[in-house]
Design a protein around this ligand. Structure first.
Ligand code: PAF
Length: 281
């Protein structure tokens, strides 16, 4: 497994391989790797000649500096995990190689995809994500890039990003990986206290119950029902539950059989913010 921390060296190496027709699959990450990431690597290995993982905790997508400081950084363990699944190349840049001094996130027009849910609660977050993903694509030249559906809004925004930037990358969404008790895998889970970790599966249980109820309710009734469930919970605090169309993430007033809908949720377990979603129709 090759490890590059300098942008130019990684780019030269990959550009050389691409000239010989090698196909590249990229999994962009912020590290603290878990089974969900490793399954993306597995899929990428089946579909590409060379699998590249980037590990970079991207400062421009954090609107809260405390969250940035506390984001888990476990590079040694991450490299060992990547070696064990036969990843071919890891890119671990320093912030000053990806950004010039005082550089801010580029502002994109994501057609409103970034104004709802995560975007409404995390100011400028998706411009930060778009900025770094664009830079990673420029550097690592992937044919295919893999993103988990846990961050479904991010996935749709990255699809939009490639139409804006015209970067020739196929964006592939992969199913959410869950612990046996249903909690969606996330790098943030390792920061949960024992008490909050035990409470957290309630999020997925509520989503499953909401999916069942969606057959017989309106979206508004369902949203109110979820709010009520969390109002009665002793140690999880709901930030939002929204039902939206998969395609444009617009909220809806009725379900119909012609579109696909998801329920999207963000919950605080102590000071750890967890997100999840479920296909409703
Ligand atoms: O999903 C993530 O881990 C990050 O948002 C990403 C896509 C690696 C960009 O920093």
């Amino acid at each position: 497994m090759k490890v590059f921390s300098v942008k130019e060296l990684a780019n030269n190496y990959i550009a050389g391989l691409k000239n010989n027709g090698t196909t590249i699959g990229l999994i962009p990450t912020m590290g603290a790797l878990h089974q969900g990431h490793l399954s993306l690597i597995q899929q990428a290995k089946e579909e590409n000649d060379l699998v590249v993982v980037s590990i970079f905790v991207n400062p421009t997508q954090f609107n809260n500096s405390d969250d940035l400081d506390k984001y888990p950084r476990t590079l040694e363990e991450d490299l060992a995990k990547l070696e064990s699944v036969h990843c071919d190349l890891v890119f671990t840049p320093e912030a000053n190689d990806m950004y010039s001094e005082n550089e801010k996130a580029e502002i994109f027009n994501f057609d409103g995809l970034d104004q709802v849910m995560e975007g409404a609660f995390r100011d400028n977050h998706f411009n930060g994500v778009g900025t770094i993903v664009k830079k990673l694509f420029e550097t690592l030249l992937p044919d295919n890039a893999y993103f988990g559906e846990k961050d479904f809004q991010q996935l749709q925004i990255i699809r939009k990003l490639t139409t804006i930037t015209k970067q020739p990358v196929k964006i592939i969404g992969c199913p959410i990986h869950r612990d046996p008790d249903g909690l969606a895998m996330s790098s943030r889970n390792m920061r949960l206290t024992k008490e909050h970790r035990e409470a957290a599966p309630f999020i997925h249980q509520t989503l499953l119950a909401a999916k069942e109820m969606a057959k017989n309710t309106t979206p508004k009734q369902l949203e109110n029902w979820v709010v009520d469930k969390f109002n009665n919970h002793p140690n999880l605090v709901l930030e939002y539950f929204s039902i939206a169309k998969e395609e444009d993430l617009k909220s809806i007033s009725t379900f119909n059989n012609h579109s696909k809908y998801r329920g999207f949720i963000a919950v605080f377990a102590g000071d750890i913010r967890l997100i999840d979603n479920i296909a409703l129709y």
